[in-house]
Design a protein around this ligand. Structure first.
Ligand code: TMP
Length: 210
């Protein structure tokens, strides 16, 4: 079976990962690749409905409830979208994936690496990114950006409303993942213009790009 390539983008709120994902998708398409872009939580009708629940400050799920909702969205996305695209030989670019659950729920919410790992394995099986880029940016700067985005509203700001120590813990969680799995998870300095950062993204992917 022909296999595609699966790359995920990660980082704290406002780090610029969505911009970099769009730049990479355009770059790959210009070279003739078939590219599927998706996001987590979301990417399927069920996942997008769960996303709305997850981001709504009216709901205050426990840490484990939050993780279970994320994993429900994840398994739906993996099974119905990502795995079939990879089997067709496409490039799949994900705006967040299972590593976000390690940084947010495992580290910042305190559920721990093993619990998150177990549920990630259950939800994803063998469908796993071959490269994960963590866009590393000063947390204060990133959060400021995220809170000022027009897309951040009173209905979807539950994570943006978390205090600075929470976001610092998320950033530390991502760095720990890069230490644990240096082959797959690469830290990319996200300071500078989108074009400067994209240059670093291309370097971090140079061994797998067409
Ligand atoms: P986004 O704003 O980057 O689209 O992500 C939505 C929010 O969901 C973001 O604040 C981080 C959070 N999230 C988790 O807490 N755990 C996860 O596993 C994922 C995928 C997202």
């Amino acid at each position: 079976m022909s296999r595609g390539h699966f790359v995920s983008f990660e980082g704290v709120e406002g780090c610029g990962k969505s911009t970099q994902l769009a730049l990479l998708a355009a770059h790959l398409r210009s070279r003739g690749a078939v590219v599927l872009t998706t996001r987590e939580p979301g990417g399927t009708p069920l996942g997008e409905a769960l996303r709305a629940v997850l981001l709504d400050p009216d709901y205050q799920p426990t840490a484990l409830a939050e993780l279970c909702i994320l994993e429900a969205a994840r398994t739906q996305l993996v099974t119905t979208v990502i795995a079939p695209a990879l089997a067709r030989g496409e490039w799949v670019l994900a705006d967040r994936f299972a590593d976000s659950s390690q940084a947010y729920q495992g580290t910042a919410r305190g559920l721990g690496h093993d619990t998150v790992s177990a549920l990630n394995v259950l939800a994803c099986g063998s469908t796993w990114p071959e490269r994960t880029l963590v866009l590393d940016l000063d947390v204060d700067e990133a959060l400021q950006r995220a809170r000022e985005r027009p897309s951040t509203t009173t209905f979807n700001r539950r994570f943006e409303d978390e205090a600075l120590p929470f976001h610092r813990a998320v950033a530390a969680g991502f760095r720990e993942l890069a230490r644990r799995e240096p082959g797959r998870v690469r830290l990319v300095d996200a300071a500078g213009t989108p074009e400067q950062v994209f240059g670093r993204v291309l370097v971090a992917l140079s061994d797998i790009l067409p």
